[in-house]
Design a protein around this ligand. Structure first.
Ligand code: AMP
Ligand code: MG
Length: 313
């Protein structure tokens, strides 16, 4: 008897959006399609990254408090969606944390904790309601010094866009991973479900505590272990609490969302991390997302509907 033990994959790994990414399509040697998927991610990065001086977001930030900026459909749509999730999360997810994020980024490089005055000054510049939508893709920031940072949502949007592109070209099976924003298309070539590993937040990168089986779903994780610096035994990580102006201490190590939209999942996991489970779970339910979260006591909780799909590693 002959049976299949390995399938040919077309695979592309690349660095973009400040992270490592991969796109894997089984049974198809379509280099041109992979090229256009990578191009699409880079196009989104060039429009939305604050690290590109000529990006639309960099321009919006430079003109804060001065004038409106015309944006592409991509950037406009992400800003609109971010505003919706900011509102739904009562400001736990807030893309106007730019000044605070920059402050902590600089402080991390200098290995110091920003003083209260610095934090307060940056906190005063935040406020998602200060992103003003003026119709026909025109957007402004209300006050001088304000700055948008799409680090908590852009990867999700890019992952959704790669899925859209692949599906429009007839791809029925694929695995997209943009820095932990995983999107699965269809089933694996042997018709089994895709297996998406969940990172053990207390272990080396790549060490899993379980995996999730998924078909046409996105699986996105936010964790305090992803980017951080240590000072006097305290871990200062990259997810900030807009209320305190410092990295979130909600008793969580990581939060995973499972749903249809990777952009939703990206923003929702960041919001859940800030809100904690009591307020995070209803927020997820509102957007049709299921959750897996790990507490500092290393307890793992999951939405009931995931019970059949979560497997030990
Ligand atoms: P994620 O890894 O998706 O949870 O996103 C973290 C990134 O989002 C950070 O590196 C910041 O760029 C940005 N960020 C941090 N805290 C927040 C917040 N409370 N709301 C929105 N974006 C945030
Ligand atoms: Mg996020």
């Amino acid at each position: 008897m002959i049976f299949l033990i390995q399938t040919r994959y077309s695979c592309r790994s690349f660095y973009a959006l400040g992270t490592f990414n991969s796109i894997k399509i089984p049974d198809r040697a379509d280099e041109a399609l992979l090229d256009s998927a990578v191009r699409r991610v880079r196009e989104i990065e060039r429009k939305m990254s604050v690290f590109f001086k000529d990006s639309e977001i960099a321009r919006l930030n430079r003109l804060a408090g001065k004038s409106s900026v015309p944006l592409s459909d991509d950037t406009f749509l992400v800003l609109k969606h971010a505003a919706e999730i900011s509102k739904a999360s009562e400001g736990a997810f807030d893309i106007t944390l730019g000044p605070l994020i920059n402050l902590w980024r600089r402080a991390g490089k200098e290995n110091r904790i920003p003083c209260e005055e610095e934090r307060e000054a940056c906190k005063k510049l935040s406020g998602y309601e200060d992103v003003l939508f003026k119709g026909s893709n025109l957007v402004a920031l209300r006050r001088i010094g304000q700055a948008v940072d799409l680090g908590g949502i852009a990867k999700g949007y890019a992952a959704d866009e790669v899925r859209k592109l692949l599906v429009s070209q007839g791809v029925e099976s694929a695995l997209i991973n943009l820095g932990g924003n995983v999107v699965t298309i269809g089933l694996r070539p042997d018709k089994s479900l895709w297996k998406v590993g969940l990172q053990n937040p207390n272990s080396l990168r790549g060490a899993l505590f379980c995996y999730l089986e998924a078909e046409d779903k996105t699986v996105v994780t936010s964790g305090g272990y992803e980017r951080f610096f240590m000072k006097d035994g305290v871990r200062y990580h990259h997810i900030l609490d807009p209320k305190t102006g410092t990295s979130v201490q909600s008793g969580l190590l990581s939060v995973t969302a499972v749903c249809k939209s990777s952009m939703d999942a990206d923003a929702l996991t960041t919001a859940f991390f800030v809100l904690g489970p009591k307020r995070g779970i209803p927020l997820f339910e509102r957007f049709g997302a299921s959750a897996v979260y790990v507490t500092e006591g290393e307890e793992i909780y999951a939405s009931v509907d995931l019970a059949g799909t979560l497997k030990g590693s």
